[in-house]
Ligand binder design. Structure first.
Ligand code: BG6
Length: 486
């Protein structure tokens, strides 16, 4: 951060994202003294209230969230000193972000200051905010910086993402635009590149000659919650695949960047996504949850949820097979799946290796329990496990499966991590490495463009299961199966 005061302007300061992710992450940064000198928040929202009332309201909500095991933010007691450092200089602008007044007020408030404009609002406002900031001259940095943070979903298909990129780029340079995806900020996800490129152990075998296939799973137990009106036109594919799952895909499959400069890393991620063969509808399974049981509790089906049409065709689960047409991955399928109301909460990547070329020992090479798998456990358990076969002690040559396991929590002290801390910190420092470039976003949408508008009836699955049977058939067709949860 420069020596000038820095303002974080939060559009949507009264919203859910601000409460659940943004403020908790800023608070975590405040507790470790990682906010720049002269930092202050300018909260923008429609509701009339004072800055104190806004901050006090959040304090109360975050205290409750901190103790709620299902919330991202965990904290027994909010440190009042850190909270004060974060909010004592906060100001509040009441206004409608589609009207010019807000921006006029901001222009005065920001004169001579650096600013980050954070769009914690519904996606339909991203373009409006960028236009208004641009027209008010608020994106012209004199001496310091002016940056804009755009949340997901960035567009709803390739054409709309291209249009949104063009619109924002007509007011700001790429270097000012921070397209955020919280999967880039999560500790264990960032750890994938370190595992791959800080060691020599993995990289030589990280290729088609040794790897049979890769499975990426992001399973959730929660349903659509109160977000029916957002989720209905969105669905699991748009909500999770070209953003979150492709972040994981690019980390696990990209080529080594020549440095950690953001251009170098972002270019490799983009190259990887550009090599995805556009996904065929035949390689895609969409599902929708029906009522069922989760953790001993009956839960309603998707069509019974608030804000959801009784005949909705929106998918709450999607599985797909995709192929990457490059020299490293040619012929290696990547199977991705994500869904709500599944039987467990877990995000993980399984890298499944080929079998030995012949069975020297009394080994059934067809047995799916036998073989080498490297698993990246990403959420909520975080670590890396490795499966390999060992000799079972005894007089006979009997081969038995074994595993070694590294868990972050066994080795490192637990650090608070909502997922946005590193991202916000980097944005304040001007490091775009963890943010999506225009090209990355467009490459991702291109890959799913053939399947994104499917109106087919999704397969039904009961809440609390692994998803529809058709998702198993997708792998069974290739003689493979989804690996059971660790
Ligand atoms: C969000 C999606 O981007 O990511 C949600 O909109 C989803 O539907 C969430 O639940 C998953 O993130 P996490 O960090 O809870 O795995």
């Amino acid at each position: 951060p420069g020596s000038r005061p820095c303002r974080l302007v939060v559009f949507g300061a009264g919203g859910d994202l601000t409460r659940r992710l943004l403020m908790p992450s800023l608070y975590d940064l405040a507790t470790v003294d990682a906010l720049p000198d002269g930092f202050a928040i300018i909260a923008v929202d429609r509701a009339p209230r004072s800055a104190e009332a806004w901050a006090d309201g959040l304090f109360t909500l975050m205290q409750a969230d901190g103790k709620d095991p299902s919330a991202e933010f965990s904290c027994d007691r909010i440190d009042e000193e850190a909270w004060r450092r974060l909010t004592h200089e906060a100001s509040y602008i009441e206004g409608d972000l589609t009207k010019p007044d807000v921006y006029t007020t901001l222009r005065d408030a920001l004169a001579g200051k650096d600013a980050i404009f954070y769009c914690a609002v519904a996606a339909r406002f991203f373009g409006t905010i960028a236009d208004s900031l641009g027209e008010a001259g608020l994106l012209d940095a004199q001496d310091g910086f002016r940056r804009i943070v755009i949340e997901k979903p960035f567009g709803h298909d390739l054409a709309s993402a291209q249009a949104l990129n063009a619109r924002i780029l007509s007011h700001a340079d790429e270097s000012q635009i921070y397209r955020i995806d919280h999967f880039m900020g999560k500790e264990a996800n960032q750890g994938i590149l370190v595992a791959r490129f800080a060691n020599v152990l993995f990289e030589p075998i990280w290729r088609r000659e040794y790897i049979d296939h890769v499975q990426i799973t992001a399973a959730e137990t929660i349903g659509v919650e109160k977000r029916g009106s957002f989720y209905e036109p969105t669905g699991a594919l748009r909500d999770m695949v070209p953003n979150h799952l492709f972040v994981l895909l690019s980390l696990i499959a990209m080529e080594p960047p020549s440095s950690l400069a953001s251009e170098a890393v972002r270019a490799e991620k983009t190259r990887l996504l550009q090599a995805i063969r556009p996904v065929s509808p035949d390689d895609t399974v969409r599902g929708q949850y029906a009522q069922g049981r989760i953790n001993g509790r009956d839960v309603p089906g998707y069509r019974e949820e608030e804000g959801v049409a009784p005949d909705s065709r929106t998918e709450t689960f999607v599985a797909m097979k995709l192929m990457i047409d490059n020299w490293r991955w040619g012929g290696v399928p990547f199977y991705l799946r994500t869904g709500k109301r599944m039987n467990g909460r877990r995000t993980e990547i399984n890298v499944v290796f080929r079998k030995p070329p012949y069975a020297l020992f009394d080994q059934n090479l067809e047995d799916p329990r036998i073989g080498n798998v490297i698993r990246f456990l990403l959420d909520p358990v975080r670590g890396v496990t490795m499966n390999f076969d060992v000799k079972q002690p005894g007089l006979e040559e009997v081969v038995a499966p074994a595993a070694s396991r590294f868990l972050y929590d066994d080795v490192f002290p637990k650090a608070p991590n909502v997922g946005y801390e590193a991202l916000l910190h980097d944005c304040m420092k001007g490091n775009q490495m963890l943010f999506q470039s225009a090209a990355t976003i467009e490459a991702a949408w291109s890959a799913v463009d053939p399947i994104v508008n499917s109106k087919d009836m999704p397969h039904v699955y009961a809440a609390g299961t692994e998803g529809p049977d058709a998702a198993h058939a997708l792998l069974a067709r290739d003689g493979r199966n989804w690996l059971p949860v660790t």
